[in-house]
Design a protein around this ligand. Structure first.
Ligand code: SF4
Length: 92
């Protein structure tokens, strides 16, 4: 089974209006924020038309990459989604 086929079986429950990730407002993104546009496996981060990085929390797999890269310097804040929300991994 290909990993893409396995990932496809994960489900996501969106906590709409309550993003568990926030990008700190900025004029120009830091190198770390820019890197997340490419590194987030769920492609949650993207550049908007003004050159700033935005996040869409739905689809986040809670892998922690963005926390390691950008939370320490204050580029983002990240908490786990509320109970019952977020990614629901299917094992096996
Ligand atoms: Fe993307 Fe992982 Fe950060 Fe979620 S935790 S937004 S999947 S890098």
């Amino acid at each position: 089974v290909r990993v893409e086929d396995k990932l496809y079986q994960n489900r996501y429950r969106v906590d709409s209006g309550r993003s568990h990730i926030k990008v700190t407002p900025h004029v120009t993104p830091s190198p770390e924020l820019l890197a997340l546009v490419k590194l987030c496996p769920a492609r949650c981060y993207e550049l908007n038309g003004n050159g700033q990085v935005e996040v869409a929390h739905d689809g986040c797999m809670e892998c922690g990459t963005c926390r390691v890269l950008a939370e320490g310097k204050g580029d983002i804040t990240w908490t786990y989604p509320r109970g019952g929300y977020g990614v629901l991994f299917k094992f096996g």
